[in-house]
Design a protein around this ligand. Sequence first.
Ligand SMILES: [Zn+2]
Length: 397
Amino acid sequence: MTTTGANTPAAATGTHGVPAAHPGPVLKCLVWDLDNTLWQGTLLEDGEVTLPDTVRDVVVELDSRGILQSVASKNDHETAWARLERLGIADYFVLPRIGWGPKSDSVRRIADTLGFALTTVAFIDDQPAERAEVAHHLPEVRCYEAEAAPFLPARPEFAPPLQTVDSRRRRQMYQAGFRREAARAGATGPDEDFLRSLELDMRIGRATGEELSRVEELTLRTSQMNATGVHYSDADLRRLLTDPGHEVLVVTLTDRFGPHGAVGVLLLERHPDVWHLKLLATSCRVVSFGAGATVLNWLIDEAARAGVHLMADFRPTERNRMMEIAYRFAGFLDGDPCSCGAALARAAADGLQRLHLRPAPRPASTTIRVGAVDLARRRSGPGTRAVHTGAAPSRPS
Ligand SMILES: [Zn+2]
């Protein structure tokens, strides 16, 4: 495409509403100016400002697509934030920067705090000089004129390819994350006390197509801890959803601050005497909560109740050392002689180890409540979801 990006002089100086665009990568965050961009009027001069319905609709629509929104405005912080609250839209904005510093600083800090590349951040402002200032210092950031606001949702760079339950509530997940981090920073005493204070609640259930999309998104958005080091494509996993010999399980996590979303996936093949763990992947975001170890602990307890052994595919990679430790800590052994391995197909990939475990009942986690599908009881039919909640306290040990 030979057309120009949003940062071209034409766009920055503002002649027409929508810049002719090379859309670039899909955007993850839009930073709004307030006066005569988000709302009409200059707050400190006019006192009254109005929020056009068209702009309100854009804010709501982008939010529902999982695009985060923030504010970079030269205004009095308290006055401007109070006005956003009165307009009923303050909750839509994360990490607002309202003050008198350069807007390029504000945009950069917002991107840094979110951990987003500048190429995925956009800025909208009615003032050509402000757009030029941001474009000069942050050439990767795409800048839009205020007049373009109503047309943004129609632009391809504002249309993420995949929308899931997690993208629809991405803002709440980030807001919960900020509150959680603040609580962690303020916490004193042992880490275990802090973890317990989070009231972590893990759900492990059979995946549906929609939930697999959440996992796929997790693999797209965050780097992942793939415990097996063996890759399964989304299409492979979808095919196995209806295979009675396989279990595809999705792990979600919530705490008192809000949802973490889908944080893990397991692929298990059932044999009469052994369950074969072919894939275990968890999000890096929840490693510090002990999520991987909790999933393994739950699986071992289920296998003990079902009277089967466990065999886990494992291939060491540079990035899954933490999970190797979790396997060893859980009691998995390499080269453990046992006849159950004969039931398994030969390892398909080079360098693949088969880690073996003879399960015994495990005590429930003291920091994460687990509510999970009852794997020990055979599935009675496709689509049956025997999720029992609050399993941890009532689990026989
Ligand atoms: Zn065995």
